[in-house]
Design a protein around this ligand. Structure first.
Ligand code: ZN
Length: 365
C-alpha cells in the first residue's frame, strides 16, 4: 500500500511541470453590482490601479495566495490572479475554465518562496495571525506601505537593520528584515532559524541629496513651477511633482547626462500620441536621463515621442521633448521625478524633486 502511495506522489510530481507550463487563460469578470478593482498586489489594501466592469474579459497569467475574499460572486478563495500587465484581481470574482492556473514564481504581495533561499539569505515565515504583515520602504511603521504579507507567507530574509521597536507575536525587537524587493518587515512577526546578517550601511539616503559636485542643474520647464505633490496624503504613490504648462512647451534636461529610456508607457490598447485622461494608466511618452552621482531624472506625459534617443548625451538645458498630456494625465503638464542611487529607478529611490532642485540652484516650486 505504501508503495502505491509513493508512486502516486511521484506521478503528481512528474505532472506538475506540465501544468506550470500551461499558457495564460482567458476568463471573465463576474461582478454585476460594481466594477472589479484591479490592484497592485494580492490584497485589497494594495493600490487600486483601475476597475473592470462586469463581463470584462481578462487574461490570467498565474495565481498567488493573498487575502482571503469571502464575498465574491464566484467562489470563496485566497487566490489572486495575476493579469498579463502584472496587476492582480481576486479569483473570487472570476469565472474561468476549470483548469488549474500555474502559481506565480514571484509576486509583489508575497515574498520569494523560502525554499532554496539564495546563498547568504535566511528563510522565514510570516507569523502575524489574522492581520497581514506590512512590508514598508523603511524599518518603521511610518514608512510607506508597499505590500501586505498574509500569515504563513514564506520569506527570504536578506539582512537586518535596526529600526522601530515592535512587540509582535514572535518576539519584541527593534530589528527589521530586508526582503529581496528592498522592502522591510518587522522581525517581531517572523518565524525563522538563524538571525539574518546586518545590512550593509549604504541605505537609500534621505532628501536632500547632493549630486556630483560641479554638476549644473536647471529647471526642466523654465518659467513654470510645480506644486508640492510628492507622496501626498491623498496620493501616496505619486513619486514626482507636476509642473503645469502649455502643450508644446519645450522640456529641458535638468542636468547633463545620458538618455537611458525613451518609452511610451501606457495601458494596452491606448496610444501615447493623443491626450490621455485620469482613467488611463501610464506616464505616456517619457524620457529617463542618467546623471553623474547616481542621479536619474524622469519626464512624463510628453505630447509626442522625445526628440532625443537612448544612448545620446545631453547638456543641462538641452531640449529633450515637448509638454503634452499623454498617459495618466487630465491636462498638459510635466510629471518630473528625481531618483537617487540609480540605476535602477523605482518607488524605493524616488525623492521629492522640490528640495533637491532648490538645493541644486534650480528651484522649480
Ligand atoms: Zn505626476
Amino acid at each position: 500500500m505504501r508503495k502505491i502511495v509513493l508512486l502516486a506522489a511521484v506521478l503528481v510530481g512528474a505532472l506538475l511541470p506540465a501544468v506550470e507550463a500551461q499558457a495564460a487563460q482567458t476568463a471573465t469578470v463576474v461582478s454585476p453590482k460594481r466594477p472589479l478593482n484591479v490592484r497592485a498586489g494580492a490584497a485589497v489594501w494594495t493600490a487600486q490601479l483601475r476597475t473592470l466592469p462586469h463581463g470584462s474579459p481578462v487574461t490570467i497569467v498565474c495565481q498567488v495566495r493573498g487575502q482571503l475574499i469571502n464575498q465574491g460572486s464566484v467562489r470563496v478563495t485566497d487566490q489572486w490572479d495575476r493579469l498579463s500587465d502584472g496587476s492582480y484581481v481576486s479569483d473570487a470574482w472570476i469565472r474561468r475554465p476549470q483548469q488549474a492556473l500555474p502559481p506565480c514564481d514571484t509576486a509583489p504581495a508575497a515574498a520569494a518562496p523560502a525554499a532554496g533561499a539564495a546563498a547568504g539569505t535566511t528563510a522565514g515565515t510570516v507569523a502575524s495571525g489574522s492581520t497581514p504583515l506590512k512590508a514598508r520602504t523603511g524599518p518603521a511603521h511610518g514608512a510607506r506601505l508597499i505590500s501586505a504579507l498574509p500569515d504563513g507567507t514564506p520569506l527570504t530574509l536578506v539582512c537586518q537593520v535596526r529600526g522601530e521597536n515592535i512587540a509582535g507575536l514572535v518576539r519584541t525587537t527593534p530589528m527589521w528584515n530586508r526582503l529581496p524587493s528592498g522592502t522591510y518587515i518587522s522581525d517581531a512577526y517572523v518565524r525563522r532559524g538563524a538571525t539574518p546578517p546586518a545590512c550593509p550601511a549604504a541605505a537609500p539616503p534621505a532628501a536632500p541629496v547632493t549630486a556630483a559636485p560641479g554638476e549644473k542643474w536647471v529647471s526642466p520647464l523654465p518659467g513654470f513651477s510645480a506644486r508640492p505633490g510628492f507622496r501626498t496624503a491623498r496620493n501616496p504613490n505619486h513619486i514626482g511633482v507636476d509642473i503645469m504648462a502649455f502643450t508644446g512647451t519645450p522640456i529641458r534636461a535638468a542636468s547633463a547626462g545620458t538618455v537611458v529610456e525613451v518609452v511610451c508607457n501606457i495601458e494596452a490598447g491606448r496610444s501615447c500620441d493623443q491626450p490621455g485622461s485620469a482613467s488611463v494608466r501610464g506616464c505616456g511618452w517619457y524620457v529617463k536621463l542618467q546623471h553623474a552621482g547616481g542621479i536619474s531624472t524622469l519626464y512624463c506625459h510628453m505630447v509626442r515621442r522625445a526628440v532625443v534617443e537612448p544612448g545620446q548625451k545631453v547638456a543641462a538645458g538641452q531640449v529633450i521633448g515637448y509638454v503634452g498630456s499623454s498617459g495618466n494625465s487630465s491636462a498638459p503638464h510635466l510629471h518630473y521625478e528625481v531618483h537617487v542611487n540609480a540605476p535602477p529607478t523605482g518607488p524605493h529611490n524616488a525623492i521629492d524633486p522640490l528640495p533637491f532642485m532648490r538645493t541644486h540652484g534650480a528651484p522649480i516650486g
